[in-house]
Design a protein around this ligand. Structure first.
Ligand SMILES: NC(=O)c1ccc[n+]([C@@H]2O[C@H](COP(=O)([O-])OP(=O)(O)OC[C@H]3O[C@@H](n4cnc5c(N)ncnc54)[C@H](OP(=O)(O)O)[C@@H]3O)[C@@H](O)[C@H]2O)c1
Length: 325
């Protein structure tokens, strides 16, 4: 059993305090300046007519392609990941190609403290968020049970729980920007959550952990769709394409079957389509049915309660309160 941590931004004490947010902001902005390779140069800021788009996990693979597409159509793109080097490369490529602009923020989703810092920094830096693409993900390989800094099963936190926390913390901006959209990049690989063993201490496999986290994302999407009804915020989830040649697929060692462009086309359809209805799940370009647990309201309520307990916040329509000790 291994513990995966990144210690760049560790915050102690109660979350959501001004000092905490300020310190976090400095750390992340510094990282963004460094990452764009332009300490002397002011980071790009959106113009009033630009849409602001956050693509988590946009330092490689599908997220990189999506960030480039948003940049190419003139949006301001918030590029995110752990790799400052790859983040800087994506930001430079978007800013050089125009007409859009971009800025990089580093945050490790294996640390809930870093996710909180990331959200606080974005709330300070941006007064709108038109499109939120929750794309960051860690695949099935290695077939090893890993733990996060917070002591949770790694894929559950990186692929799902951190997205839950980030999305709720950013919700007020998304609501302020309505009509706006949230897209959760899930997968066709889905496995029901065993609520007696969510952290998969028994019969672990990387594939099981990945598939559980991907179904959790869809369950979260369904809850959000209900919560956001009538607000002008549309939320959806999808399986983008099967075995695109991205980092996680190459690490798995399987032969790619689809192109990254095909996956990006599917995500962009969910982003742009007027016919897309909030809460729908797509597989590629077509509406599909997810695993049955995604439609089980009792299971969804249990997941939501557990997620609130593990992240320490309970939110509704952008208003959050602390829960637990
Ligand atoms: N590839 C496929 O065929 C396929 C199929 C179905 C669904 N998907 C989904 O597509 C999404 C994108 O994945 P991809 O295929 O493009 O894989 P990828 O090339 O491995 O990209 C993963 C992205 O997530 C980021 N990431 C990974 N661990 C992170 C962490 N601990 N904290 C913060 N960011 C982290 C990575 O950034 P850093 O490396 O900079 O940390 C990278 O930008 C995932 O949600 C995946 O589940 C992919």
């Amino acid at each position: 059993m291994k513990r995966f941590t990144s210690l760049l931004f560790i915050a102690d004490g109660p979350a959501f305090t001004g000092a905490f947010a300020l310190a976090a902001g400095f750390a992340l902005v510094a990282a963004s300046g460094f990452a764009s390779g332009a300490l002397a140069q002011a980071p790009a800021v959106p113009t009033p007519d630009q849409q602001v788009v956050l693509v988590t996990g946009s330092t490689s693979g599908l997220g990189r392609e999506l960030a480039m597409r948003f940049g190419a159509r003139g949006d301001h793109v918030i590029v995110h990941g752990r790799s400052e080097e790859r983040g800087a490369e994506v930001v430079d490529a978007i800013n050089a190609a125009g007409p859009g602009s971009a800025r990089f923020y580093r945050a490790d989703f294996a640390s809930l403290a870093q996710v909180r810092s990331f959200a606080e920094t974005l709330l300070a830096d941006y007064d709108r968020l038109d499109i939120l693409i929750n794309n960051a993900g860690f695949g099935s390989a290695p077939d090893e049970r890993l733990l996060t800094e917070d002591g949770h099963e790694y894929r559950f936190q990186v692929n799902y729980l951190s997205t839950f926390l980030l999305t709720h913390m950013l919700m007020q901006r998304v609501l302020d920007s309505a009509p706006s959209r949230i897209v959760n990049v899930s997968s066709g690989a889905q496995r029901p959550i065993d609520f007696d063993d969510v952290m998969i201490e028994n019969n672990f496999s990387g594939g099981r952990a990945y598939a559980q986290s991907k179904l959790a994302q869809i369950m979260f999407t369904h809850d959000l769709a209900e919560e956001l009804e009538g607000t002008g915020v549309v939320v959806g989830s999808l399986h983008p394409a099967t075995y695109m040649p991205t980092g996680m697929v190459l690490r798995l060692g399987v032969t790619p079957r689809a192109t990254i462009a095909e996956g990006a086309d599917a995500v962009m359809q969910v982003v742009d389509s007027d016919e897309f209805e909030s809460g729908q799940y797509f597989s590629g370009l077509r509406q599909a049915r997810a695993n049955a647990q995604a439609y089980d309201t009792e299971a969804r309520a249990r997941l939501k309660e557990l997620s609130e307990e593990l992240t320490g916040i309970r939110c509704r329509l952008g208003r959050c309160e602390s829960v637990g000790g």
